[in-house]
Design a protein around this ligand. Structure first.
Ligand code: SF4
Length: 389
């Protein structure tokens, strides 16, 4: 079945105007301060904060007049000062295997990609943290797109909200509570290096985890880093989600090419930081992502070396058959090689699932994401100003 592409310009969107403050992406403290600045009496602020928070993040309401437990004049005050704005969905593609890819537009006209992967026992949303990427991993399509800018917290949490819109996952008042979540997991494995946009990623994930709103448990969120060592422990302290590492090689010589940040923090330094990751345990293991590249990093020796490197770290290894993209300098390892590699890791006592490529027909598979946005003529300052960064 051919992938479905839908142009969603028809869906009406309320554009920010007149300097209204977007509620989406504000932390609880920021929203409280903004409500007070807009005229909410200080002694009511905590209650109003809770009410507005629930409407926006639990019920998914975008219209202040629908916030029926607030007095009409207070709803008018909110509408006069605030907006509830998400990134705009430019296109939505549905793969033959059910994977959905959204191309979304953010402030300044930049675009990023978001991918939803439904499975029998879960639904995973892969979200982006940057337009393009700070880094240039040689196996990754995003790595060929220069960094344009970091996403704001609003643009990161907005990806979760627009996917919930599309999947119809907001609870309906008076209807029985849905036991099964369509978006049961969120992974920061889309475009960009999340730890080079730490504060916005942290604030967005805290909103997604907040129990009065979207309420996704911290162990349902996985942040994937290529190895920004100074921010690794901070991730545990300030976000508390699970961690994945774009590892992909067992020698510095190979990893320097595949994941160039390795020249800054090499394998030994990275593993040391991971061994000290706060809260690490067998129930909260670190996921080592390992893309299988033909003749590059897929020998039995690589597998045995990887086992040695992981010694003492509660870990699992996700083996990712390489997903080709136009102009990619690599080929996927053969099925036999991938299984032989997986067996060695498994026999050493580590889970070594082989990831099933999903959404290949719509370029939604791991490492295939890239948007047409180029940094081109605009200066960094101009681009940052557009986003209010
Ligand atoms: S793998 Fe991640 S860090 Fe590396 S270029 Fe791709 S998006 Fe950036």
């Amino acid at each position: 079945m051919a992938p479905i592409t839908q142009d969603v310009h028809t869906i009406p969107r309320k554009l920010p105007e007149g300097g209204l403050t977007n509620i989406v992406g504000l932390t609880r403290d920021q929203l409280r301060d903004a409500l007070i600045a807009a005229g909410t009496p200080e002694k009511q602020a905590k209650m109003r904060l809770g009410q507005v928070w629930q409407w926006v993040y639990h019920w998914g309401v975008r219209d202040f007049t629908a916030m029926t437990n607030l007095a009409k004049d207070y709803r008018a005050l909110l509408a006069a000062n605030f907006t509830i704005e998400l990134p705009q969905v430019v296109s939505r593609q549905i793969s033959a295997d059910g994977t959905r890819k959204y191309l979304v537009r953010i402030a300044g006209g930049h675009e990023v990609e978001v991918v939803y992967i439904p499975e029998t026992d879960r639904g995973t949303l892969c979200i982006s943290s940057q337009v393009g990427c700070t880094l240039t991993c040689s196996f990754c399509h995003t790595g060929t797109q220069k960094l344009v800018r970091n996403l704001t917290a609003a643009e990161i949490v907005g990806q979760v909200m627009l996917a919930r819109d599309d999947l119809g996952e907001w609870p309906v008042q008076g209807a029985p509570k849905e036991e099964v979540r369509l978006i049961s997991n969120v992974v920061l494995m889309g475009m960009g290096e999340p730890l080079y946009n730490f504060e916005n990623v942290r604030d967005a994930m805290k909103i997604v985890m907040d129990g009065e709103g979207i309420a996704l448990g911290r162990r349902r969120i996985t942040l994937s880093t290529s190895g920004v060592v100074p921010e690794i422990a901070r991730t545990a302290r300030e976000i508390g989600c699970l961690l994945a590492v774009s590892f992909h090689a067992t020698t510095d010589a190979v990893r320097d090419v595949l994941v160039p940040i390795n020249k800054r923090w090499n394998i030994a330094t990275l593993l040391e930081a991971l061994r000290e990751y706060p809260g690490l345990s067998n129930s909260e293991r670190i996921t080592f992502e390992y893309v299988m590249l033909d003749g590059v990093n897929d020998t039995k020796e690589d597998a045995y070396r990887l086992v040695e490197l992981l010694r003492g770290i509660p870990a699992k290894v996700n083996l990712i058959p390489f997903n080709e993209w136009p102009g990619a300098p690599y080929k996927r390892s053969s099925g036999n090689r991938i299984h032989a590699f997986a067996d060695i890791i498994h026999n050493a006592g580590y889970a070594s699932p082989i990831r099933t490529p999903r959404g290949e027909d719509i370029m939604a598979a791991c490492g295939q994401l890239k948007s047409a946005t180029e940094r081109a003529r605009k200066s960094k300052a101009q681009i940052a100003a557009e986003a209010g960064l």
